[in-house]
Design a protein around this ligand. Sequence first.
Ligand code: SAH
Length: 368
Amino acid sequence: MKTILFNLNDSELEQFIQELGQPRFRAKQIREWLNRGAPDFSHMKNLPEDLRNKLNEVAETLPLKIVKKLESSDNQTTKFLLELNDGEQIECVLMRTTYGNSVCVSSQAGCAMGCRFCASTLLGLKRNLTVNEMFAQLLVAQWELRGDRLDKKDIHPNGDANNGDVSHIVVMGTGEPLQNTENVIGFLERANGELNISWRRITVSTCGIVPGINELNKWGRPINLAISLHAPTDELRSQIMPINNKYKLHEVLDAAFAFSDTHNRQLMIEYILLGKKDENGDTVLYNATNEHAEKLVELLRDHNVMVNLIPWNSVDERDFASLSGNAVHRFQDILIKNGIHTRIRRERGADIGSACGQLRLKNARDKK
Ligand code: SAH
């Protein structure tokens, strides 16, 4: 097995380098490249060529490798299929926006939650990701943005204020972060400490694991919390999200409101608008009727929330249907009329299967 240099601490890296007969300062040079996300040794131009070749034989840089990279047609979204050292695959998405560069990070290989509309959970949970494996996803995105350029000028086409660096994190990739809370916290501490990403630019999304939400609350960092709600009653929610049999809607919302009150943050509510095909093949509303919207208003009234309405990204294996823009707007209008902040999530990278485990699933199927 090759040694993964990113997983070594400074003194271990020095020792490794000295064992190759190299002076200690090489370790520092290598560390700088690793921290910028260099995917292989050929980029480490300040190392002698024979050392780069040697390292290539005995070591790897990061604990994950890019298997596939897809660009959306508008060039704003890049999706990576990444392979970990044990062969598991995960996804990570870089979104260039007017407010900065946001990375959607996976917290697990696969997912155990079994939500009925989601592709990530179809192959079950393989394992939790380590702190380094989550951090390395940021570095992959960072390298994509900046590569080996040190000059911060003229590299960001959107002209944003972030000088082409990763500025936002959403833990909304594959997996349930609050089943891996300790590592997620460790990862975010490092992102904040080492990449200077402020707490307010970090969002953790959960399907509603109440003890995990309480743990985040105790941790005390003023990040944003997003709750994947997707239904306004226990009856409906339990049909599409098995976790609701364990933690009921009201328990989840109470824990989430407590979190946003403690940190004085707006709570994000995610709500996928789902349709179903009836026996004539027509699309009917599943969780998106006027009545559902009114029930949602009752749950959220008087709280500081933002409801993100998400058009469903269709998944072949899943028996739902996407809704028309009209249906989405009608639902939204009811929220607005009742004073609930809401927006419709822009579908980023739908053309590259950028939603929710689709790429990983397809690759696993193609391999068979
Ligand atoms: N497990 C966490 C984070 C990962 S899922 C959670 O449940 O929040 C990130 C978001 O994408 C969740 O709101 C999830 O419900 C949503 N999602 C999953 N599959 C989707 C699909 N096919 N189309 C649109 N959104 C989807």
